[in-house]
Ligand binder design. Structure first.
Ligand SMILES: Nc1ncnc2c1ncn2[C@@H]1O[C@H](COP(=O)(O)OP(=O)(O)OP(=O)(O)O)[C@@H](O)[C@H]1O
Ligand SMILES: [Mg+2]
Length: 338
């Protein structure tokens, strides 16, 4: 494997009063140059933790237990803070899930965007402000000059999100980690911003880890997809292959639920049963209590690890096999939801 970003067997935990939250449990995925990888999974699966660990921005109670993260062959987890500062923003940038919390409440938007631009270029303040206004305008923010004068609390969640996207793209990073970047936007704007992100990647030959729980966005945006469950990837590969032949029972369940004309609001099916308790993860497959395909081995052996089932397709399941639609509503082979 020699992708732009390689995450290998990553374990991350959070210390809380209730105990250790095992947020990432052997997370492994790979992002190729000039491509988009979607990280999907339900709430609590560890998607944001994966992004934050890559940026080395885990909150104080979070720690990496083991594992490696390589960016262009460089081990991000062993970099000192000075080298990190050189990379963050410039080579790798993140659009955080909570945009409002990530902006400084005491400074205007203009001051924050301009500061970022000036720190990495020789632009004078006036030039930086002009560039900031242009970038905000490109993301469809009305009256960008006016916007620059405002403080974060004067902006809606969707506006903050677009400011964060502008800041993330500002230095033309090679790798963009976008954590639910359009969750606060209406559908039309969402499509427009996603197109903008894709155009950015094409134009600057950048790659993106796009975190989402919207399978429609995955179908639109991804080259590759990695499906997370309980802090690990249970299925990954080329998006077409995975959508055509999902082999993990969890992913099969998700795929069955996509564009159902009778239930358009349901973008990410709530599969029966509850997600596992991350404070008390079992040794065996964490999907077992919700699985309708479990075999004896699933109850006896430790959780299965990812293995190649066909080219560009990895699955972590002892009973991996292709889903066959039983009621005619599933997506037959060769059909992608669009
Ligand atoms: N700072 C923290 N302290 C304690 N536990 C945390 C912290 N941050 C995340 N967790 C826990 O770690 C697990 C993974 O959380 P994470 O935020 O990465 O999930 P996610 O997939 O991004 O979910 P969502 O779709 O809701 O954003 C969850 O069980 C969560 O409660
Ligand atoms: Mg998250």
């Amino acid at each position: 494997m020699n992708g732009l970003l390689e995450v290998e067997d990553l374990y991350v935990r959070f210390t809380t009063r209730q105990g250790e939250v095992k947020a990432l449990n052997g997370l492994t995925f790979s992002l190729q140059e000039e491509s988009v990888l979607c990280l999907v999974g339900e709430s609590g699966a560890g998607k944001s933790t994966a992004g934050l660990t890559t940026m080395r921005l885990l909150p104080r109670n979070g720690s990496v237990v083991s594992g490696r993260i390589y960016f262009e062959g460089m081990d991000l987890l062993s970099l000192d803070s000075r080298s990190l500062r050189g990379i963050r923003g410039k080579d790798i940038a993140m659009v955080p899930q909570e945009p409002k919390a990530s902006l400084n409440p005491l400074h205007t938007i203009g001051a924050q965007v301009a500061e970022l631009l000036m720190a990495h270029s020789r632009l004078p303040k006036k030039g930086a402000m002009a560039m900031a206004a242009e970038m905000l305008g490109e993301l469809g923010l009305p009256d960008p000059w006016e916007m620059l004068k405002r403080y974060p609390f004067q902006l809606s969640g969707g506006m903050c999100q677009r400011v964060m996207i502008a800041m993330a793209l500002a230095l033309r990073p090679k790798l963009l980690i976008a954590d639910e970047p359009t969750s606060n936007l209406d559908v039309t704007l969402q499509a427009e911003i996603l197109r903008r992100l894709k155009r950015f990647c094409k134009e600057f030959r950048a790659s993106m880890v796009l975190i989402t729980h919207d399978m429609g966005i995955v179908a639109e945006m991804a080259d590759d997809v990695a499906v997370m469950y309980a802090g690990t990837v249970v299925e990954s590969g080329d998006v077409r292959t995975v959508f055509d032949r999902p082999m993990h029972p969890y992913m099969s369940g998700l795929i069955q639920s996509i564009p159902r004309l009778d239930r358009p609001e349901q973008r990410f099916q709530a599969i029966a049963g509850d997600p596992p308790d991350m404070l008390n993860l079992p040794e065996e497959c964490p999907f077992l209590p919700r699985c309708n395909r479990a075999i004896n081995r699933c109850r006896i052996d430790p959780r299965p690890s990812l293995r190649d089932l066909e080219p560009a397709h990895q699955v972590a399941c002892y009973n991996a096999r292709s889903y066959e639609p039983v009621d005619g509503r599933g997506l037959g082979p060769g059909r992608m939801p669009r």
